[in-house]
Write a protein of this length. Structure first.
Length: 359
């Protein structure tokens, strides 16, 4: 039997008026629901003390491991209102399985997938009023695990806390795929062979921020990283996987090498693209193939994908001393996006059983 969560409802729920105001313009990651899920793991007792309790600050000793050695992982997936009035999440077990793999890489304990999904289900049920109903909106779930042992000794923590928080989310970029400009990071790597690139950990994001700053300083929206060894093979963006569309309709995405994060959206897009009649290839992509392909027309679209922004078209690639621009039309990216969003919101058939009804 899985973890049993004790539900402790808040004494001060958000008023209906305040909630309506938040849901009218939720933004992304700005407002949090009334509750959170928490559970504790200790080396002696395993997982225990699982609760759905009022959302609020954690009180942590300044010597808590996570502040010093960064032993922390996270996940992200969404809950959507369905046309029949129920709420469903999208492939939550895939996130739960990745959470187990991320934990293993960061020497954190495995949380059983069943408990991961249950924690989110119970939180969603408790805060169901926070799931927005407008088209394209969702409730973003953020499960995470932090090392909460106190002390400065460097070793895997013997005490760990698991939490899930939730935040209503507007459509990230709106329904129309608008192209963004990408900066090619030539000085910084996100991940290296043997490193933590395939784990969803805060450190990967911390390492990517200076490159993101460089992108902004160069008038770009996002940054794309190359492999750390040859600095030649396209890996991914700071938080999204990348796809190329060829002039014969083939979709190409970099193969998983161990330094690329295995996106659930990436995997879903591969399936959807095949079903839309595209050939798909997982292989290495040389950044020069991108530059030349954009010029010759061999590459017709480039897009990035992830849970938060779904599908984002990459309009141009800029580097120190050059830039290539893609055609303005992004029909394949738009079709893939519309199909994915349609399934998530229950507007298209779900032949793979990707939706999980929140009980
Ligand atoms: C989370 C993440 C992605 C996208 O993963 P999804 O499961 O599709 O949301 C891609 N790259 C990195 C580095 C990530 O952290």
């Amino acid at each position: 039997m899985g973890l049993q969560f004790v539900v402790e409802p808040t004494a001060t729920p958000t008023s209906a008026d305040a909630l309506a105001e938040i849901l009218a313009a939720p933004g992304f990651g700005k407002h949090f629901t009334d509750h959170m899920a928490t559970a504790t793991w200790t080396a002696d007792d395993g997982w225990h003390d699982a609760r759905i309790r009022p959302y609020g600050p954690l009180q942590l000793d300044p010597a808590t491991h996570v502040f010093h050695y960064g032993q922390t992982i996270f996940e992200g997936f969404k809950a959507y209102h369905q046309p029949d009035g129920t709420i469903a999440t999208f492939r939550p077990a895939a996130n739960g399985e990745r959470f187990v793999r991320s934990a293993a890489r960061m020497a954190l304990p495995a949380l059983p997938v069943e408990d991961f999904v249950t924690a989110a289900d119970l939180l969603i049920r408790q805060d169901a009023a926070w799931v927005p109903t407008d088209p394209e909106t969702s409730l973003y779930l953020r499960p995470f695990m932090i090392a909460t042992e106190v002390g400065l000794g460097v070793r895997p923590a013997s005490e760990v806390t698991f939490l899930v928080i939730a935040s209503p989310a507007a459509s990230y970029f709106g329904a129309v795929v608008r192209p963004v400009t990408i900066w090619l990071s030539e000085d910084y790597s996100r991940a290296a062979p043997g490193g933590t690139g395939a784990a969803k950990c805060g450190g990967n994001y911390a390492a990517s921020l200076v490159a993101q700053q460089e992108a902004i300083a160069n008038g770009c929206d996002q940054v794309v990283f190359l492999d750390a060894v040859e600095r030649r093979w396209v890996e991914e963006l700071g938080g999204m996987n990348i796809f190329f569309v060829l002039d014969d309709g083939t979709l190409v995405t970099p193969e998983l090498t161990g330094s690329i994060l295995e996106g659930v959206t990436r995997d879903t897009v591969l399936t959807i693209a095949k079903e839309l009649g595209h050939e798909v290839e997982e292989r290495r992509v040389d950044v020069d193939e991108w530059r030349k392909g954009a010029e010759t027309g061999r590459i017709t679209e480039v897009f990035a994908c992830g849970t938060a922004a779904v599908v984002t078209s990459l309009g141009s690639l800029r580097w120190r001393g050059g830039e290539v621009t893609m055609p303005a039309e992004m029909p394949v990216a738009q079709r893939v996006r519309d199909t994915l969003v349609g399934i998530q919101h229950g507007l298209l058939p779900d032949p793979h059983g990707w939706l999980h009804r929140v009980p």
